[in-house]
Design a protein around this ligand. Structure first.
Ligand code: B1M
Length: 205
């Protein structure tokens, strides 16, 4: 599992896939492969990204290796009845097409063991509500990169409350601050993708 974590950290897709296959063939449980190999590796990637020891390309490459290994692991996790830590719905708010930061948040959360449902960009409040109900999520994340689209977060939080949805809401994006999150009634704010994992975990704890 240490070698698998190392392959994820290096973004070595082929080795990650090979070790995942071998480990399952040799009888290692899918849960063990997930927690001790893939998540352990992504944890380190997230930590290094937070400390600016690595940058976006390295995170993307690690996430790609994890995704390939997950394709092999997923059917086994389903068979074993392993549940994700929580379901997280994420999107960039209405009018906003920026998605690089949002995608990083989604990748690191997947890497941390969450099921992530990504609604993409330009997501209106109604779509957040509809999908939150359909997928019965515990957590909702919103990203905004424009000062002009930030009010979409407040509008969505209000609409979610009005619709009786009790999922916790986490927000982020370059112009967003903790003060703004407090002002609009968000449950959490994260300045970067790596911290979003800590914030989201603290909300499900
Ligand atoms: Co635009 N853009 N852009 N842009 N763009 C900015 C944001 C801008 C600051 C550039 C500038 O003027 N200096 C400016 C906004 C100014 C403002 O509102 N104050 C701006 C503008 C004005 C615009 C347009 C209006 C330009 C125009 O057409 N006149 C237009 C708007 C289009 C629209 O959305 N409707 C526009 C368009 C675009 C592109 C399409 C060309 C492209 C986006 C491509 C894409 O995303 N697929 C683009 C880009 C790339 C940028 C910059 C250069 C980079 C943004 C980025 O991806 N950063 C940006 C300037 C800059 O930041 N230097 C700029 C990297 C990314 C990893 O960071 O998204 O901040 P970020 O994510 C961080 C954190 O914020 C956090 O985690 C990430 C790091 O770990 N985070 C979260 C993000 N979401 C989170 C959610 C969370 C938690 C943390 O919880 C759920």
């Amino acid at each position: 599992m240490k070698a698998l974590a190392e392959a994820i950290i290096k973004g070595d897709q082929n080795t990650a896939v090979e070790i995942t296959r071998t480990a399952l063939d040799e009888g290692t449980t899918a849960e063990n492969v997930l927690n001790e190999g893939l998540i352990a590796g992504m944890d380190i990637v997230g930590g290094r990204f937070k400390k600016s020891e690595i940058y976006i390309p390295e995170v993307l490459i690690a996430a790609r290796a994890m995704k390939s290994a997950m394709e092999i692991l997923e059917p086994e996790l389903v068979k074993a009845g392993v549940k994700p830590i929580g379901k997280f719905l994420i999107g960039t708010v209405q009018g906003d097409l920026h998605d690089i930061g949002k995608n990083l948040v989604a990748m690191l959360l997947k890497g941390a063991g969450f099921e992530v449902i990504d609604l993409g960009v330009d997501v209106p409040a109604e779509k957040f509500i509809e999908q939150a109900k359909v997928a019965d999520v515990q957590l909702i994340g919103m990203s905004a990169l424009l000062t002009t689209t930030m009010p979409g977060m407040e509008k969505t939080i209000k609409a979610l409350k009005d619709a009786g949805i009790s999922a916790k809401v986490v927000i982020g994006g370059a112009p967003v601050t903790q003060g703004y999150a407090d002002k609009i009634g968000a449950d959490g704010y994260a300045a970067d993708a790596a911290s979003s994992v800590d914030v989201v975990k603290s909300l499900v704890a």
